[in-house]
Write a protein that binds this ligand. Structure first.
Ligand code: ZN
Ligand code: ZN
Length: 394
C-alpha cells in the first residue's frame, strides 16, 4: 500500500521574533495550525546547524539530494528551469541583459529590466567548436549554455554584481579547460556587444540591452533518481523548476505563477490537487515570502503568510494524502538575508505520531515529535510514510 504526498515549501518563511513574535506567530494561519495540530512537528536545519542555506542548495537537500555531492553552481538549475535541455559536460550560467557605455562601463546591470526573446536568439553561435545557447526567461534575465569538449566551470563571473567596469572572465584554476573556457567567454562577450549594440530592438532605448553578464557557472551532470514515485513540481521562479527537473521531477506550467508576491496561489492549489490524480508526490514552491523578507518588510511578510494560509493551504487541510509544510530556510526581516535559524516543519497524514503542538511556528515546533532533523532527512521520512521504503539490513 502506498499513498501520496504534497510538500509545500514557503521560501524564507522562517524568521526571528520581532518585538517578541515571529511573522508566523502573528499571521492568520488557521489552516497551517490545523496541519500542525493533526500532525507531527519539528525543526529542520535545511543543510545542517549553523550553515546558511542558499535556496538552490537547500532545495536539493529538501528533495533528497545532498548538495555537498550534487551542487555545481546555480547555472544548470537556471538553464533547466528556463526549459533548456542539458547534456553532461555542459557549462551553464545565469545571465542578465545589461547596459554598458562605449568604454564597457556598466550603466545598468539590468538594462532597465528589459530583455527579449529575439535578443537572446541572435546571441546563439559557435566559437572554436563550442556551441553557445541562450534562452530569455523574464525581464532582463536569461540562461546561457556552453556545449562542447574541454570546458570547465572553474571560471569567474563576468557580472561584477555592481555598476562599474565589466569584469574580464578569468580561469579559477590552472587547468587548460578553465583557461580555454574563460578565453571563449571573453571573446563571446565582445561579440555579444557588437551584435546587440545595433539591434533594432535597442533603437531609441535609454537603457539598451547591449551586453549580457553571465554568472554562477556550473557544469551539468545528470543524477540518478533516488525515489521511485512519480513526482511533479509547481513553482513560479526558474531556479526551483530547474532544481526539480534536475532531480527528475516533471515541471508543470501553471497559469498566474510569477515567483513573486503577486503570484496566483489559488491556481497553484488547483493545479496541485489536479496533479495528485496523476502523480504520487507534488512539490509546491512559493517564493513571495522570501522576496518581502529581503526587503525587510514585516507587514508584507505577515500578509503573504496569511494569504498562503487562506488561498493555498485551505485546499490541503482535509486532503487524504500526506501534507508537509515547511520553509527552505529562514530569512529574518530584521537582517534581510538568509540565516541558519532552523525552520518549522509539520507532517500530517495516516500513521504519523501526532504530538501536542497545535500552532505552526518556529517556537512551538521545538516541542514536536520530529525533534530536529536535517533537510536531507526529509524525503526518506516522507517516502517511508508513503510506503516507498527501503530497509537498511534485513
Ligand atoms: Zn530560499
Ligand atoms: Zn532569498
Amino acid at each position: 500500500m502506498s499513498s501520496k504526498a504534497v510538500l509545500i515549501v514557503c521560501d524564507g518563511m522562517g524568521d526571528r521574533p520581532v518585538r517578541g513574535k515571529t511573522p508566523l506567530q502573528i499571521a492568520e494561519t488557521q489552516n497551517m495550525d490545523s496541519i500542525s495540530k493533526e500532525g507531527i512537528n519539528g525543526l529542520m536545519d535545511p543543510i545542517s546547524p549553523g550553515i546558511v542555506p542558499g535556496s538552490d542548495t537547500s532545495h536539493l537537500s529538501l528533495l533528497g539530494y545532498d548538495p555537498h555531492q550534487y551542487y555545481r553552481g546555480r547555472g544548470p538549475f537556471e538553464a533547466l528551469g528556463a526549459g533548456m535541455e542539458l547534456e553532461r559536460g555542459d557549462v551553464a550560467f545565469r545571465a542578465n541583459f545589461a547596459t554598458v557605455d562605449d568604454n564597457m562601463n556598466i550603466i545598468d546591470r539590468r538594462a532597465g529590466r528589459f530583455g527579449h526573446e529575439e535578443l537572446a536568439k541572435v546571441l546563439n553561435m559557435n566559437i572554436e567548436g563550442v556551441d553557445i545557447l541562450v534562452r530569455h526567461t523574464v525581464e532582463h534575465r536569461c540562461a546561457l549554455v556552453f556545449r562542447g569538449k574541454g570546458l570547465s566551470d572553474k571560471i569567474s563571473d563576468v557580472d561584477p554584481h555592481e555598476e562599474g567596469k565589466i569584469r574580464k572572465c578569468i580561469p579559477l584554476d590552472n587547468s587548460e579547460e578553465a583557461k580555454r573556457t574563460a578565453e571563449i567567454m571573453n571573446k563571446y562577450i565582445g561579440m555579444c556587444h557588437d551584435i546587440l549594440r545595433d539591434h533594432p530592438l535597442n533603437e531609441g532605448r535609454k537603457l539598451p540591452a547591449n551586453i549580457i553578464l553571465p554568472r554562477g557557472a556550473g557544469m551539468y551532470k545528470d543524477v540518478e533518481r533516488r525515489f521511485r514515485f512519480r513526482s511533479a513540481c509547481i513553482a513560479g521562479a526558474a531556479l526551483y523548476k530547474g532544481v526539480a527537473k534536475f532531480v527528475g521531477m516533471d515541471v508543470l506550467d501553471v497559469e498566474g505563477t510569477t515567483g513573486r508576491f503577486d503570484t496566483n496561489l489559488i491556481s497553484k492549489k488547483r493545479a496541485a490537487l489536479k496533479a495528485l490524480e496523476k502523480y504520487d508526490f507534488v512539490f509546491i514552491h512559493v517564493k513571495g515570502t522570501d522576496n518581502v523578507s529581503h526587503d525587510g518588510d514585516l507587514e508584507k511578510k505577515i500578509e503573504m503568510i496569511s494569504r498562503i494560509d487562506r488561498e493555498l493551504m485551505d485546499g490541503f487541510v482535509d486532503l487524504d494524502s500526506y501534507v508537509i509544510i515547511t520553509a527552505d530556510h529562514s530569512t529574518p526581516v530584521s537582517i534581510r538575508r538568509h540565516s541558519s535559524d532552523p525552520v518549522p516543519i509539520a507532517i500530517k497524514g495516516e500513521g504519523v505520531r501526532i504530538d501536542d503542538v497545535s500552532s505552526f511556528d518556529e517556537l512551538s515546533a521545538v516541542r514536536g515529535g520530529l525533534g530536529r532533523i536535517r533537510g536531507i532527512d526529509l524525503m526518506p521520512i516522507i517516502a517511508d510514510f508513503m510506503g516507498y521504503y527501503e530497509m537498511y539490513g534485513v
